[in-house]
Structures are given as structure tokens and as C-alpha cells.
Design a protein around this ligand. Sequence first.
Ligand SMILES: Cc1cc2nc3c(=O)[nH]c(=O)nc-3n(C[C@H](O)[C@H](O)[C@H](O)COP(=O)(O)OP(=O)(O)OC[C@H]3O[C@@H](n4cnc5c(N)ncnc54)[C@H](O)[C@@H]3O)c2cc1C
Length: 408
Amino acid sequence: MGEFALELNDDQKGVRDWIHGFAADVIRPAAAEWDEREETPWPVIQEAAKIGLYSMDFYAQAFFDPTGLGIPVAMEELFWGDAGIGLSIVGTTLAAVGVLANGTEEQIGTWVPQMFGTPDDVKVAAFCSSEPDAGSDVSAMRTRAVYDEAKDEWVLNGTKTWATNGGIANVHVVVAVVDPELGARGQASFVVPPATAGLSQGQKFKKHGIRASHTAEVVLEDVRIPGSCLLGGKEKLDERMARARERKRTGGERVKNAAMATFEASRPAVGAQAVGIARAAYEVALDYAKTRVQFGRPIIDNQGIAFTIADMRTRIDAARLLVWRASWMAAANKPFTAAEGSMSKLYAGETAKWVTASAMQILGGNGFTREYPVERMHRDAAIYTIFEGTSEIQRLVIARTLSGVPIR
Ligand SMILES: Cc1cc2nc3c(=O)[nH]c(=O)nc-3n(C[C@H](O)[C@H](O)[C@H](O)COP(=O)(O)OP(=O)(O)OC[C@H]3O[C@@H](n4cnc5c(N)ncnc54)[C@H](O)[C@@H]3O)c2cc1C
């Protein structure tokens, strides 16, 4: 376990600077184009793969940094470059975390490399939990997984929505209901291998922000997958379901469901992405406020502007500290007794939205145009109070954890 330190070590600084260079030289110049095209920036993902930034090895190394700071530092720099492209590069990791959190060693070794492909033939992966009637309320999920014992196959049916990389992914990780009687506790995660019959892309969404990242429905019609695609294996699932039935019968302690395990592990990383966007907008605003002259003086000479700049930076630093604390706690296996993971995502997401809106205001009319990047950053930041659990759901989780009361 690494000690918590606010000073990055030399290795971490090296990785940060390396990603910053890629973000500045490759991602930023491409950001406006892919935002307008609203398409996955395959050439940029390929560039990232060529230098080893889009690879299982890179994420494994960052993930196993004993201080916990490997992932948040990487995320902040990538999303400082651009959030839409950033999400196209890291969207695969949500599915990879789904396999890492619930899969066996063998499943991890089989599926995670196929999620990334190779630098000459890059692939992406998708994590499919949300459904049209099951967003914040994952217990309302309807996609069914039925076991065909004779063939040792699972059969999936249902419609997933909002899936990042949905339909264009090589590997889809799908959360489905095995036992509807158990609500969220009756769910399990499955891998749908490449080119499996019955899985198709539904509607592709046209979005307000992060437009370079592909978001779509995924339709599952009699999708047959081998028994080995149940993450964690059948024996573990049967044991978990038996425990859940027993707890239901006796009214015992709650057990975590498969989707929640994935989200919990990824929340501080998502907070770090929001910090990256906020920092990018703050830098543009600071620069602009020092150079834009009105009434014969730079606008930063006005307290109203200067104090906003001061608040922007203060909130960004506070958000980063929350993200780093939660990331360190996760790496050190400290229990999140105050829902510190949710806290970090909540504060960072709200900060990104406020900082990018403030940056637009500081840039005046220019801030409202696509000549400057802050309007894109503001559109991108808006997703950070919605996905991976809305701000309201983060507050619910925090309040429930603090109080022990099942607040609704
Ligand atoms: C661009 C994008 C990418 C996404 N990527 C993925 C992905 O890769 N995989 C995936 O599975 N999902 C993904 N999602 C889905 C995302 O996680 C959901 O949109 C999110 O969980 C909210 O669900 P919902 O949209 O159905 O909103 P709802 O759950 O319908 O919520 C609507 C509003 O009601 C509020 N609300 C709901 N319940 C309560 C309550 N109990 N108390 C107070 N307020 C409440 C919410 O906070 C929100 O403001 C993505 C979404 C988007 C937009």
C-alpha cells in the first residue's frame, strides 16, 4: 500500500507529462473537428494505441499504482485535451472494469485484450447496464438472461440504452436479470463476444456534448453466448443468488449488485475527467481575463472577474483533492465510510459545470462561439452531473452512507 502524498513521484510525473504532450499535440488540434463530425475519432485512438496509451498494459500499470493516483492523473490530462476524444479513448475501460470487478483470471485474460485490439487493428468495448426504464433505478432492469442447461449457453433478450461504444464495440459487457424476484441482487454481468448473432445497434444518439464519443442503444434478440461468458462463473453466481434469497427471506444485510460494483470502482476516475475539463476551461479564462481590455484595463482588474477566477481555481483544487483521496482509499482498500468515491464524483462534476459556465461568461461573446473552446467544454462538462450516477443519486448514496437511513 502506498502512502498518501500530494507530491507525485518521478514516475508519475513522467507519465503525466507524456499524456499531457499527447493531449496538447494530438488531441487538442483534433477536438473541434470530431465534435462537429459526431463520430468516433478512430485515427486518434489509433495514435494513442501506437504510443501505448490505448492499451491494456497502460491501464493495468496505472490501475495498480499503489498510491492510487495513476488513473486520476492520466484521466485529468487526457480530458484536459478534450472530453469527447478522451471518452472515446477511455470508454473501453468501463467495460474492462466490469470484467476486472466480476470476472475470473481466465475471463480477464481472454476478454480484456480483445476489448483493445492491436495498434494496427484497434477495437473498443462497451458496458451496457442502463435501459429505457432503468436509469438511476438499476433494480428496474428488464433484460433477461436465461440459462439453457442442455447447451451450457445463456440466452439474452432486452434493450440497453446510452451505451458508450454500443454497437461499434468488439466486446460488449451486458448486465442482465437472472432472477427477477431478487431485484438488483438478481443481476449478473455477461460478456458478449465479437460478432455474436442477435446483438445489434439501435438508435445512435445526437448529443449536447462529448459528441466524439459514440452513444447508442444495444438491442439483444435471442443472443446466445457460451456458459463461460457469465462473469465470475456459474458456481459463484449460484452461491451469490442463494445468499441473496436467504437475505431476502430473513430481511438481512443488502448485497451489492454487479452494476453497482462496476460504478463504485470507476467514480473517482470519472471525477478526474471532470477536473481535467474544468482545468482546461479555467486556463483559457485566466489567459483571456489578463489580455482582454475593456474600460482601458484588462478585465481581470475588476474584482468581479478576479474573484470568479479565484473561485474557479479553488474549486478545481478542492475537486482534485477529493478525487485523489478517494482514489488512494480505493487502492489502500480503505472502506468508503462517508461514500468518498461518490463525493469526489459529485463535487468534480458540479465543479466542471460551474467552471466551464464561468469561463464562457468571462470570454463574453467569444465564449459563446465555436471560435473558442470553452462552449464545447461547457457542453462536454454537462454530462458529468448525469452519467455514472446523477448528482442527485450521488447525494442519495452519500446521505444514506452517512445516516444509515434508506433515504429515497
Ligand atoms: C452520454 C452518455 C453516456 C452514457 N454511457 C453509459 C454507458 O456506457 N453504460 C451505461 O450503462 N449507461 C450509460 N449512460 C447512462 C447514464 O448512466 C444514465 O443516463 C444515468 O444513470 C441516469 O439515468 P436516466 O438517464 O435514465 O435518468 P433518470 O434515472 O430517469 O433520472 C432523471 C432525473 O431524475 C433524478 N432522479 C431519479 N431518481 C431520483 C431519486 N431517487 N432522488 C432524486 N432524484 C432522482 C435524476 O437525478 C435525474 O435528474 C450514459 C448516459 C449518457 C447520457
